[in-house]
Design a protein around this ligand. Structure first.
Ligand code: ADP
Length: 158
């Protein structure tokens, strides 16, 4: 079954990588969809975010049928264009639930054939977010246990 794992990935963290690794045990192929999301004013360009996911997967030794694609349109249209039937999302704390529940419900109303599947964040990455990684790194803190080496380098260059 083909699933799309969408996100902003600004930048990709080891929490995201864990979802990709586990997602590949259930779904094939898995398309990681990188949302342009200009409204969020991302730190990294769309092209860099795609590249960092590919490099992080390589560094993590992830194999399997996956690809990383950027998208600028509505998520469910992107999912339909990919001919996928599942949207894969990660769930961390209770605070993620409200937003994810709304998004899954809206998407299901717009395209009932597409199902959203959630995976719980793993125990040692459940507190990791791209936002905190950006903030800590930009203020000179250590983020090496939250991101892969290529992301560490990209953050250091900013
Ligand atoms: P978005 O802007 O769409 O929320 P993110 O890049 O922040 O995109 O996250 C993409 C997906 O990955 C979301 O489903 C989010 O809940 C999930 N996610 C983010 N961080 C983690 C983590 N540490 N562990 C597991 N899932 C995560």
């Amino acid at each position: 079954m083909h699933a799309v794992y969408p996100g902003t990935f600004d930048p990709v963290t080891l929490g995201h990588i864990d979802i990709i690794r586990r997602g590949l045990r259930m779904f094939s192929p898995l398309t990681v969809g990188v949302a342009a999301n200009p409204g969020k004013n991302p730190l990294f360009s769309l092209q860099t975010r795609v590249q960092l996911i590919e490099d992080s997967c390589r560094e993590a030794g992830i194999t399997g049928d996956f690809r990383v694609l950027p998208f600028e349109n509505l998520l469910i249209d992107f999912v339909a264009d990919c001919e996928a039937t599942v949207v894969l999302r990660g769930l961390r704390a209770v605070s993620d639930f409200e937003y994810e529940f709304q998004m899954a419900s809206m998407n299901s109303r717009l395209r009932p054939a597409i199902e959203t599947v959630f995976m719980m964040a793993c125990e040692n990455q459940h507190f990791v977010s791209s936002r905190f990684v950006r903030e800590i790194a930009l203020l000179g803190g250590e983020v090496d246990s939250f991101v892969s080496p290529c992301v560490l380098l990209a953050l250091a260059q900013r």
